[in-house]
Design a protein around this ligand. Structure first.
Ligand SMILES: Cc1cc2nc3c(=O)[nH]c(=O)nc-3n(C[C@H](O)[C@H](O)[C@H](O)COP(=O)(O)OP(=O)(O)OC[C@H]3O[C@@H](n4cnc5c(N)ncnc54)[C@H](O)[C@@H]3O)c2cc1C
Length: 496
């Protein structure tokens, strides 16, 4: 393909307009002297939230329209819209443990400690308008689960900060059912009116042109036209599945894989696309009593039925002291997949592995940017079997919680989880949708490392990656708030 060059270059081009991309575009364009171009493959529905599709606005359900693949395996779901996965996600936010920060500090230096990230966490909480779940959004199931966790001896914790195991309500970026996504929060009308900020939607990033350790341009396709953007700094923010794809198409990645897909190797970087880490979980279904169904129906009629509004942080057998490596997540409402007759709901409790040891990969099938990548999360495959052991411990804790909730729902006959074989558990495994690690941060001497602690790609000048893909390990948290905070922090390093 021959790419036409745009007449002007930018100071910074941000490639991918998701959670991290929106933060970067907003913060970097605060300086009127810096020109910033934000490139997103999906649509931009504009500065007014009222103009956005109802499904994207409604935080009571997970929408599936603005995605890369409509019909695909659940773990591959990824947004394709300005605002990224914050437009299609559960809109709830938690923070990880001190053990997570110790891992990140080892990989990226002191700026990744809990104390150093705290101002950026607070900044993200404020800009996203995060608030703790209000009482009226608790369903009878969530209220009962809060009481049951207390009865079982868990202490109440602040889910938006590091701390210890315990129960509590998450922070939400939702107000009366309106999902307040990262585009609303960071690309508000005032930010968008800055003359030094350009937002290009419907623009697919094909690849970067890289020669002699420098990026010469970013090749994008917009409205069917190939165009080359040039900049002093290129920041890749295409997410855990998208960013390694752009690097691979640009000739940055494992040499053997590049050969397989017919791309000339510019830099042999074996970590690109490796180290995929996502949080698997198993849902334990429970049969709601008639009373619970009626109470949920009343909540739904009032427009206040939210499927999940509390969680428990718990520790499995190999968890470090003071940390947690499990989320127990009680849910009740319309089923995530499929449907039920009116007045009937799905209830249950999931156990999620927050610190999985298993590692998967993202690879390309060809150099065509439109061909879906090969994504293998390799759930529950670590050779030592630690993930299966932690999951089984989590399911025991789910049983205890279910016992304490038995007046509202009882174990359902259809899908027993207790006593499942390893293969049976693997068949039942789902995801929390928090993939990270495919452009992992680490010191230059680590052959698996793709970027350093500032997101700079090892061996290439003027190229950074800033998104969930650079986290070398997944935090014991939902990843949106950590990614927002990390993007806030790395935007600062780009400004100074
Ligand atoms: C279904 C679902 C539910 C989730 N629920 C929660 C939750 O409740 N709480 C929570 O904390 N986290 C949740 N997450 C995870 C959270 O949304 C992500 O961790 C976060 O969005 C990651 O931010 P990011 O910037 O790395 O990537 P994204 O936000 O995914 O953004 C990447 C962007 O890059 C664009 N892009 C990719 N490739 C290209 C290309 N070649 N050209 C141009 N643009 C490109 C994409 O279209 C997308 O907009 C959920 C995720 C999903 C998918």
């Amino acid at each position: 393909m021959t790419y036409a060059s745009l007449p002007t270059g930018y100071d910074v081009v941000v490639l991918g307009g998701g959670v991290a991309g929106c933060v970067l575009a907003a913060r970097l364009s605060e300086d009127p002297g810096r020109s910033v171009c934000l490139v997103e493959a999906g649509p931009d529905y504009g500065p007014r939230p009222a103009d956005w599709p109802e499904k994207v606005r409604n935080s009571r359900a997970l929408p599936r329209d603005d995605v890369w693949e409509r019909h695909t395996a659940f773990y591959r779901i990824r947004a394709r819209v300005l605002g990224g996965s914050s437009c299609i996600n559960g809109a709830w936010n938690t923070w990880g443990s001190h053990a997570d920060h110790a891992e990140w500090t080892e990989a990226g230096g002191e700026r990744w400690s809990a104390a150093a990230l705290e101002p950026y966490r607070s900044r993200a909480v404020e800009r996203m308008g995060l608030r703790t779940v209000p009482d009226h959004e608790l369903s009878p199931w969530a209220s009962a689960a809060l009481a049951a966790a207390r009865e079982l001896g868990y202490g109440e914790v602040d889910m938006g900060r590091p701390g210890g195991p315990g129960y509590g309500r998450p922070l939400i970026n939702s107000v009366d059912g309106l999902r307040w996504n990262a585009a609303f929060a960071y690309l508000d009308p005032a930010t968008r009116s800055r003359p030094n900020l350009t937002v290009l939607d419907g623009a697919l990033v094909d690849r970067l042109s890289v020669r002699g350790g420098r990026v010469l341009g970013a090749h994008i396709v917009r409205e069917g036209r190939p165009v080359t953007l040039t900049a002093d700094t290129y920041v890749l923010a295409s997410g855990t599945f998208g960013s390694p794809g752009v690097l691979l198409r640009s000739g940055i990645g494992p040499a053997a894989h590049l050969r397989d897909i017919g791309v000339r190797c510019e830099l042999d970087l074996p970590g690109v696309g490796a180290n995929l880490s996502d949080q698997p979980g198993v849902f334990v279904p429970l049969a709601p009593t008639d009373d619970l169904n009626k109470a949920l129906a009343a909540k739904e009629a009032a427009g206040e039925l939210y499927v999940s509004r509390m969680l428990v942080r718990a520790a499995g057998p190999s968890c470090p002291d003071g940390a947690w490596d499990l989320h127990l997540l009680p849910t009740a409402g319309p089923p995530l997949f499929g449907g039920l007759p009116p007045g009937q709901y799905e209830a249950g409790i999931s156990a999620f592995l927050m610190k999985p040891a298993s590692r998967g990969h993202v690879r390309l099938r060809s150099a065509d940017p439109l061909e879906p990548p090969e994504i293998d999360p390799a759930f529950l495959t670590d050779p030592a079997g630690r993930d299966l052991a932690t999951l089984r411990a989590g399911l025991e804790k789910v049983d205890q919680l279910a016992q304490a909730l038995r007046t509202l729902a009882s174990p359902s006959d259809g899908a027993p989880v207790r006593g499942l074989s390893d293969a049976g558990l693997r068949e039942r495994v789902g995801t929390y949708w928090h993939p990270v690690g495919t452009c992992a941060m680490g010191p230059g001497e680590d052959p698996r490392a793709v970027v350093d602690g500032q997101g700079s790609v090892h061996g290439v000048r003027g190229l950074r990656v800033v998104d969930a893909s650079i986290l070398p390990t997944v935090p014991a948290a939902n990843t949106q708030l950590p990614v927002l905070a990390v993007a806030e922090m790395l935007a600062d390093t780009l400004r100074h």
